[in-house]
Design a protein around this ligand. Structure first.
Ligand SMILES: Nc1ncnc2c1ncn2[C@@H]1O[C@H](COP(=O)(O)OP(=O)(O)OP(=O)(O)O)[C@@H](O)[C@H]1O
Length: 257
């Protein structure tokens, strides 16, 4: 199972610094929430780890190997990725869409093996979309599409998964299903990192939070240690508290700071 380590990572886009001096480590078996306000650099961090953009400086190690020595396919087999807000335009069946998750494992023009088919079936079931398998994916509702794309990431059967806003477009029941699923995968030994805006969900499910603000990692640790009233004020610009309601963490915002 992969371990991901970043040291001194700086990322710039069009000469604008986006991430500054990021040092962090992500371990197998943990469910990490990556949180922070809009524009903090969360998606950029995910894309840098996945090798989709090149840091200006610093090092990213995946399983102890410098990510620059790994091919895109190597990284894609090790780390499944659910990108933020993807929309579907090709008239593929849901089953064929989910099968795309197996691409990193396939030689060009090769057919799906039994193992590939089993992974696709397991992903369809886990994401609760097996009943939609024959539907044209472009006709799915927003929430169904989100689950189909999650299934695509699950079908990779990678040792690590980075999911960018997996709860967007989902109703409350499916939000709980997805968080339970991600937690289950982490409990099973997978490294799961989720970019989340729902801080209550993040506090409830994640073992550890990484808080980004203006391109810097400003706090990391257990949710209660990270989500303090002071950080709600200075990072999110709100007055809020993390409380417990019948044993479940909830964020209570009372206004702008
Ligand atoms: N190609 C680019 N050129 C210039 N600025 C960019 C580029 N890509 C990203 N940025 C900027 O970098 C910052 C971080 O973007 P990023 O998408 O990583 O934020 P985020 O934390 O994921 O935000 P959100 O919660 O809104 O999705 C933003 O201010 C964004 O406008």
């Amino acid at each position: 199972m992969p371990r991901i380590e970043l040291s001194g990572v700086h990322v710039s886009q069009d000469r604008t610094p986006i991430l500054r001096n990021i040092d962090l480590a992500l371990y197998p078996g943990e469910f990490v929430g990556i949180v922070g306000p809009n524009g903090a650099g969360k998606s950029t961090l995910a894309r840098a780890i996945l090798g989709l953009l090149t840091p200006a400086s610093g090092r990213i190690l995946i399983d102890g190997r410098d990510s620059r020595q790994l091919s895109r396919a190597d990284v894609a087999r090790k780390i499944a990725y659910l990108a933020q807000g993807q929309s579907l335009h090709w008239p593929l069946s849901v089953e064929r869409l989910v099968a795309l998750g197996r691409l990193p494992h396939l030689a060009p023009f090769s057919k799906l093996s039994e193992r590939d088919r089993a992974a696709i079936e397991a992903a369809l079931t886990a994401a609760n979309i097996a009943h939609l398998r024959s539907r044209d994916a472009t006709t799915l509702s927003g929430g169904e599409q989100a689950r189909a794309l999650l299934a695509c990431a699950l079908a990779v059967e990678a040792g690590a998964m980075i999911v960018d806003e997996p709860l967007a477009a989902l109703d409350p029941a499916h939000q709980l299903d997805v968080m339970n699923l991600l937690k289950q995968r982490a409990d099973g030994g997978m490294l799961v990192a989720a970019i989340l805006h729902d801080l209550g969900m993040a506090a409830r499910y994640c073992d550890r939070l990484l808080l980004l603000h203006e391109g810097e990692l400003v706090a990391e640790g257990p949710p209660h240690a990270v989500l303090t009233p002071e950080r709600f004020r200075t990072v999110y610009g709100i007055r809020a508290r993390l409380e417990e309601l019948s044993g479940t963490p909830v964020v209570v915002p009372t206004g702008r700071a």
